[in-house]
Design a binder for this molecule. Sequence first.
Ligand SMILES: [Zn+2]
Length: 78
Amino acid sequence: MTQEPDTKTCGMCSMEIPAAARKCPYCLHWQRWLSLQNPTILVPSLLVPLLVFYGITEPQPEPCVLTFSLTARRDYTN
Ligand SMILES: [Zn+2]
């Protein structure tokens, strides 16, 4: 009664696959979505820290852009 089933049904192709399978052998659908071996998880998990790092280290825009536009407008009105 407490014995776990040794097979499960693939949610993608409905084929019977081993319960421990991480990837369906028929349709290659990843059974565990949050596996680091899953490329759709691995790539963003590598990119997100990279983007956060560059977002922090990127210099903030200088206020000289605002002063330039004010100076240009003053020159235009004169
Ligand atoms: Zn499948």
